[in-house]
Ligand binder design. Sequence first.
Ligand code: FAD
Length: 457
Amino acid sequence: MARTEDNNYDVIVVGAGIGGLLLTYFLCKSGYKVLCIEKESVAGGLARCFRLGNKYLEVYYHHIFTTDIYIQNIINHFGLGKYLISSPSSMGIFANNRIYPFSSPWDLFFFKPLSLFERLNFGMQIMRISRNKENNRLDSLNAMDWLINGFGLKTTKLLWEPLLKSKFGAQFDEVSASWLLERIKKRSESRKRYMSREVLFYLKGGMQNLIENIIQSINQEGGYISLNDRLQYFIIQKDVCCGVESSKDKYFAPIVILTIPVPEFIDIFKKSISKFNISSSYIVEYIGRLEKIKYQSIVGIVIKSKEQLLDYYWVNIADENIPFSVLVEQTNLIPAEEYEGRHICYIGQYTNPGDKLFQMEDEYIFNYIYPYLLKVMPKIEKSYILEYSVFRDKYATPVYSSGFSEVKPGFNTPIEGLFIVNNAQIYPKSRNIDLTVWLADRLFNLITNKHFLMTNK
Ligand SMILES: Cc1cc2nc3c(=O)[nH]c(=O)nc-3n(C[C@H](O)[C@H](O)[C@H](O)COP(=O)(O)OP(=O)(O)OC[C@H]3O[C@@H](n4cnc5c(N)ncnc54)[C@H](O)[C@@H]3O)c2cc1C
């Protein structure tokens, strides 16, 4: 479908990340007239891809857990199940100037920086946590305090702090124990047997494969996606949302769904209620609550190399002096033949927009990080590096801080007809595409009384 002539729709979806695209598709397929607007020139949001040679690759590493049934359900729905490659993952931790293997629980027994007692305690704590069913009471507890209590200070500093930093940067010490417990349980569940290595899936052709299929289906079902189209205001009449004003036009619909990060929502929400003279103590309280939600930014550097750089898929960096927190060698999960024999490595750092790495011009970044790469990857030589690309996102993940359940938003907003759905609502679970799909299905259910997903665990 092209755009409607009068700009009237049944639903407007803002944001064409995986969540927004799926909601658009679910609704079109159910007979709704849907417009999706996206501020960027490409769809995909945090899961967007870029062209690398003749292939597409995610700008940030993206794998799928074997337990991620919602996204697998969607991948199968689009007939892409045959492109899911499964492969054992391998993981290491860089500490004391070397990488220690950490792929299976057995590796723990050889992790010499910890004493035998600390290693045994680590294993016991993980087993205890994996069976824990009372997560709610951990919401108000700080993860670091909770870890120190169970694992001891040394184990926490050496193993857990780097992991938390690899997700939340400098805000790692604000994270809730409830979030961490869910994270540990998720990783334990994704191992078939407790002592086995973890198996991960990757979608061949990248998330682009899925994104293109969803877009094609939206077009076939009569939906319309408008790129380079930034939401600026909601249009509110008599306290009811009836459309949006964007950088391109005004569009009208009785239902507007925002799939954008909370701070961007607050910004537009405040501007809109001021423009339409709406105020109430409830709205003030609502905004105040959402303003407590902080986000973490990300800088990702993708290297294309002539040679393999690491022996692991994933390496967490437990060294304060290194300006990145994670290395992910994509071609240690899927074969380098996928990329014409070249090796792909991601360098990731969760940070904030004021950080040196976030602000540094792309052309200087590689020279800045190279001496640190040498420390972690003794095999690397400058001549191996064929090209690199740098990506940044200001709102990469909410910081799931202690007490997050108090501030977590629902789908409804104080304005009738205006809904919000995003990663903040996934708490206490860890944000990923699987739960983005699940959220999209739940909001679809709220609007239509139907479920799109076959599975609803
Ligand atoms: C570094 C990194 C690694 C990850 N790795 C994995 C992984 O291995 N496995 C996994 O399952 N998940 C992973 N994720 C998480 C996954 O990418 C996200 O959970 C998912 O993509 C979120 O989708 P979304 O549609 O909810 O939000 P987003 O992708 O954030 O989409 C929101 C969209 O809204 C648009 N937008 C914002 N403001 C406006 C506006 N004013 N007007 C119009 N459009 C607007 C944005 O441009 C964006 O396209 C990772 C994320 C990151 C950052």
